[in-house]
Every structure is written in C-alpha cells, then in structure tokens.
Design a protein around this ligand. Structure first.
Ligand SMILES: [Zn+2]
Ligand SMILES: [Zn+2]
Length: 396
C-alpha cells in the first residue's frame, strides 16, 4: 500500500470510528423503510453530520419529505463534491439492495473527511436521495436544481462483484387504461366493446413487435385490472409496461412503436386507451477521470477490482439522470456472492463482509473526494470529459 500521509490519516479516522458506522448501517438494516417513507433512516443519517458541524437542510422538496442536504464549506474556494446517500428498502425483502450500506458509506466518508482534514478548498455535500427503488428521487432533485452547483457526484453500491464500469439502461414506466362498453356477455355481446380484448390484443401486438426493436430494447408488461365478472364484457381494464433501451434516444423510438401497437390494437376492437408515463430514467455515464481515481484508491487500500469496461447494464437507476448533468461515479463493492433483490442479499447487507464493504466503500469515496479537493484540475478534466461525451451523444 502506497498512500499519501494525509490519505493514511483519513483511512485511520474511518478505522478508528468503524463501529459507529457499522452500528448505524445495521440500525437502518433492522428498520427497513420503503421509498418516500425513510423517515428514521433520514434522521439517523443526518444526526452524525449535524454533530460533525455540517449544515443540514431536510425535506428539500414537498414530494420528497425524507431528502436532505448536508454541507461543509472550507475556508478556501474549490470544487463542490456531492456524496450521494440512498436509504430506501424493498417491500417484503428489506434491505435487499444494500442501501443501508450506501447511505452510511456516504455519511461515514463525509464526517471522516471533516474530522481528518479540518479544512478543505471547496465544499463537501452529502445529498440524501430517497426513493431510488420506487420513485426516482434523484430525478426529482436534479429537476429542481439540487445538482446545479456540483462538480462531482460520488456513490458506491454493494453487489457480488467489485466493479468500476457498469452502465444502466434508459427506461420509462407506462400505465395504460383501456375503455370499452359493458354489456351482458351472453345476452347482448354485440352491444359491448371489450376493453379486455383491446388489452390482450395490445399485449400480443407488442410481443410480435419485440424482434423488430433495437437489440438493447426490452418491454415487460403486467395486467393490473382485467374485468369484474365473467358474464360482463369489461368496459375498463388497466395494464402497466416498463420500456427499456440503451439510450433515451432509442427509448423514444421504442416508445413510439409500442404506443402505435397499443393504439392500433385498441382501435381495431373499437375501444379507446390512454397512456400515462412515469419519470424517464436516463442511461448512466460513468465518468472515467473520477472512476480511475476511485479504482486507484480501492486498490491502494487492498481491494481487488474488476475494471473491465462494461458500459452496458441490464437495470436502470436514477443515478443515470445525475450522470447526464454532473461527472458521476456509481461503482460497486463486493459483499459476498448473493445477487441484489434477493433474501440472500438482505443477509449479505448486514453480514461481516457487508460491513467490510461498507468501510471499503466509505474509505475509497473519502480518498477520491480528497484527490479532487487537492487537485481541482481533476474536477475540470471530469467536466470536460462529460461535455465531450454529451456532445457526441446528444445530452438530455
Ligand atoms: Zn435495487
Ligand atoms: Zn440499489
């Protein structure tokens, strides 16, 4: 290990206080809260930040009551670095995505940096970003300007592998309501218009369409309401689809084709339909300048890293939208063999290996933030890289 003496102080500060962070992470794990309802976790994460002298604002938006912003400004000017904290859990499964580790690692990194350095050239922020699983909290925060001043956004996610580069897909949720006309299914079916037939016809049309869409595209649908009684022709049915593609540009094309398929299938039956879209999740851009810093720091503290350049992913996350605005990293830290969103991963996120991952992630985040404060030209390079990437891709 060949660490700068100041980095050794940061690392040792985390080691000396590790039990506090392990306890905090386990407390959040033991009280899982769903998206938008993470009141306890938000309170527990902000307490050590307040104690350390960060200025804390809570409820940044009325629709995100559990969001927070904790800020420490140094005496000299310099870059603004944002550490992102997630802390929502999954229904039935609890912390099966390890957001107890994400939230705690961000807070641990920030508090330890302040304790170890005493002063910085710039501003260090911990942004509490709720509702990653269900509500796209970061998208709402980004749309409302909470990333406008950021020069770098850093977070680290637990999983079954330590990885630096992994992308995520653009996606959008669509709820569809089909309207027809009810009639007795046996007595006078000719008087009815089946919303159910319109819906089933739409499912079949989308399935036939899939091979013609871009390779990265995928469309999943479920039926939410299919009628009330078998002897009544349903006049109201509901379905939901999740559309994904490699980029938002490709997603727009997928959406157009899917909407055409639904509309024409519905019209063929004589019914009508309405579509209601959720937030659009953007694809992730991993900033290479910052990613390499994080990789070097992980390796310097003895963590083996897979830095193969896998920019595509199969999932989607609201970090994608942040990564289109600010140089961003979303690497992964290994906490065992289990796969996210499974009961085994819920066990892993409170295991000894989980807690080791928490401290490794916090240390690498803190050391990466330190690098950028010490060498502000890195923030400039990271921004130039993002600008160049967006100019070739088209941006948001
Ligand atoms: Zn998840
Ligand atoms: Zn997650």
């Amino acid at each position: 290990m060949n660490l700068h003496p100041q980095k050794i102080v940061i690392k040792e500060t985390i080691e000396a206080t590790k039990q506090k962070w392990i306890d905090l992470s386990l407390k959040i794990h033991a009280h899982p809260e769903l998206s938008f309802e993470e009141f306890q976790a938000s309170q527990w994460l902000t307490e050590p930040l307040e104690e350390a002298g960060f200025t804390v604002k809570r409820q940044l938006l009325p629709e995100l009551p559990t969001s927070f912003h904790a800020e420490w400004t140094g005496t000299k000017s310099g870059p603004t670095i944002v550490l992102l904290a997630e802390y929502d859990a999954l229904a039935e499964l609890g912390h099966a995505c390890g957001h107890n580790i994400i939230g705690t690692s961000a807070v641990c990194a920030a508090v330890s940096l302040k304790q170890a350095l005493g002063d910085i050239a710039g501003k260090l922020i911990v942004l509490g970003t709720p509702a990653e699983e269900e509500g796209g909290g970061k998208i709402l925060l980004a749309e409302n300007g909470w990333f406008d001043d950021a020069d770098a956004a850093l977070m680290c996610h637990p999983r079954d592998k330590t990885m630096i580069f992994r992308g995520s897909l653009a996606c959008v949720d669509v709820d569809i309501t089909f309207k027809g006309k009810s009639a007795h299914a046996a007595a006078n079916p000719d008087q009815g218009i089946s919303a159910l037939d319109a819906m089933l016809h739409s499912f079949a049309a989308i399935k036939q369409l899939l091979p013609a869409l871009h390779k990265s595209a995928n469309v999943h649908g479920i039926i939410r309401k299919g009628g009330d009684a078998t002897n009544i022709i349903p006049d109201h049915c509901e379905a939901s689809f999740l559309l994904r593609a490699k980029t938002r540009e490709e997603l727009a094309l997928v959406k157009k084709r899917v909407y055409q398929a639904i509309t024409s299938s519905t019209e063929a039956i004589g019914a009508t339909c309405t579509m209601e879209e959720g937030l659009t999740y953007a694809e992730r851009i991993n900033n290479r300048v910052l990613s390499h810093l994080f990789k070097d720091n992980l390796e310097a503290i003895g963590v083996e890293v897979d830095a193969s350049d896998i920019q595509s992913g199969i999932g989607s996350s609201d970090i994608g939208n942040v990564s289109q605005l600010v140089p961003t990293i979303h690497p992964y830290i290994k906490i065992g063999e289990a796969i996210t969103h499974t009961p085994a991963f819920t066990e892993a996120t409170k295991s000894e290996e989980g807690m080791q991952g928490l401290l490794q992630a916090a240390t690498a985040l803190a050391l990466t933030a330190y690098d950028v404060f010490e060498q502000p030209e890195l923030a400039k390079q990271a921004k130039e890289e993002l600008a160049a990437t967006l100019s070739t891709k088209g941006g948001i």
